[in-house]
Write a protein that binds this ligand. Structure first.
Ligand SMILES: [Zn+2]
Length: 465
């Protein structure tokens, strides 16, 4: 266990009672002796923002096995992983029909986008929005067909004019009211609501628009519904996926100063199929901690980590990603974050990526989340994509070197700033960390505050769906 002296961003720990209630803990207050999986009586004090402080703890009732890594990061995700049932989500899709305009995508077209495997931009990947969630979450977060409805909502009046600005929030209330009246379906009983609106809708100029962090997969209070929404002026499935990604708690995949510039992630604005990054999968609890190798900042021996391709579910004796805590990775004004190292092959939803991204080890910054809002991420920044033999040194001095890429596995060496092993020797002097166990993936906790996010995109690119 580590002590970090920067209190500007708290790590989130969670504890879960026998009846499944989850408490987010102020990390500083958690006794150093506690490890993931321990069972123990804690006395908590409620702080603001839904965070609790540990006031006292009794002797452990049950100790977990020692952590495999040098230290346990105790992310909220992994803690809850094995405690929650599958994350099944209901979805109401509403085609908002005005007297003088309606969405170009018919109900059949919307249904096809949900369920029918289709290629995008002439790519080889056959995918759908619902399949992508199921696939990228390794079966954890799903949109079952029986929990989905697609309806027309006849507004009985003309479209909002440009004089009314972009009145999505007032229209949302009206659409919900009319949907209940005309279809008998109560939108507030669905986890997610998608509003398909005509292309010309007041002065709205986004392609898609969604609230962020309204239903993180680790949320324990699953009874809450109706607070996730997205507006869509296009039916492009990857845009719908991107907007639902916001609902789950993700922000954008950036490259340099281009907020949408990491074209290898569905949280960018590119028009082909791609997937969620390792950092995003961790944030959403889809990747359990046992399958992420944590490189300790205090560890100055190089390590040699075997990574399997990210599209595969957790594998025996290989890690899905390596994670480096980087308190000095303040590029682009972001500090105290994690760096994720993962391996992507042109398979599954990554098969349409441009060739320069095939069989590469990706280095990504996972930006620190806002204080007190552990379920709303701040997005990722792609730092590098490396071929065999290439290396990348973080601002913190950690070096990541790709030793070997073979047979769907990447061998990656990581060293610290203080390591005496040179970059050239990295791949021969590294030690192997303990290998991960074979566990079920799954996740766990609370509710981020709702904030809004506007998705900009190249209008022409998505206009011709
Ligand atoms: Zn967006």
């Amino acid at each position: 266990m580590e002590d970090f002296d920067d209190h500007s961003h708290r790590l989130t720990s969670v504890c879960i009672t026998d009846d499944g209630t989850m408490y987010t803990l102020e990390d500083d207050s958690v006794p150093q002796s506690l490890q993931s999986g321990d069972k123990q009586v804690l006395t908590l004090e409620s702080l603001k923002d839904g965070i609790y402080r540990v006031i006292s703890s009794a002797a452990p009732l049950q100790r977990s096995a020692p952590a495999a890594a040098q230290y346990s990061s105790r992310s909220a995700a992994s803690m809850a992983a094995s405690y929650l049932p599958p994350d099944e989500r209901s979805l109401l899709v509403m085609r908002v029909v005005y007297d003088n305009g309606e969405p170009s995508c018919t109900r059949e077209c919307i249904e096809r986008g949900l369920w029918e495997m289709q290629s995008l931009s002439g790519g080889a990947v056959q995918g759908s929005m619902t399949d992508l969630f199921s696939n990228n979450s390794y079966g954890y977060t799903t949109f079952p067909r029986e929990l989905t409805r697609v309806i027309d909502v006849p507004m009985g009046r003309p479209l909002p004019s440009s004089a009314s600005g972009c009145p999505y929030s007032t229209e949302k209330l009206e659409v919900d009211r009319i949907a209940l009246e005309t279809s008998g379906l109560d939108p507030s009983t669905f986890h997610h609501k998608e509003y398909f609106i005509p292309w010309y809708f007041g002065t709205c100029n986004w392609i898609g628009f969604a609230n962020v962090g309204c239903r993180h997969p680790l949320l324990t209070d699953r009874s809450r519904s109706g607070n996730c929404w997205s507006f869509l002026r296009t039916s492009w499935p990857s845009i719908r996926t991107h907007e639902l990604g916001h609902n789950l708690g993700l922000m954008h995949a950036s490259l340099g100063t281009d907020e949408y510039g990491d074209e290898t992630s569905v949280m960018s604005n590119h028009a082909y199929w791609s997937g969620f990054s390792a950092a995003d999968r961790e944030h959403l609890g889809w990747l359990p901690d046992e399958h992420i190798y944590d490189y300790s900042p205090l560890w100055d021996m190089p390590v040699d980590v075997r990574l399997h391709a990210l599209h595969l579910p957790p594998q025996h004796q290989q890690y899905a990603a390596a994670r480096i805590r980087c308190s000095t990775c303040d590029i682009y004004g972001v500090g105290y974050s994690f760096v994720f190292v993962s391996f992507i092959t042109p398979s599954s939803y990554f098969a349409d990526l441009p060739a320069r991204f095939h069989n590469k080890v990706f280095v990504r910054l996972q930006k620190a989340h806002a204080q007190g809002r552990p379920y709303t991420g701040r997005g990722t920044v792609r730092m590098a994509h490396l071929s065999q033999g290439e290396s990348y040194t973080l601002q913190s001095g950690h070096t990541i070197k790709v030793c070997h890429i073979q047979g769907g596995t990447a061998a990656v060496a990581i060293s610290s700033q203080t390591s005496s092993v040179s970059r050239e020797e990295l791949c021969t002097k590294g030690v192997y960390p303990p290998l991960p166990p074979m566990p079920p993936p799954t996740p766990g906790p609370p509710q981020g505050d709702i904030c809004t996010n506007v998705c900009k995109a190249n209008r022409e690119r998505y206009a011709s769906e």
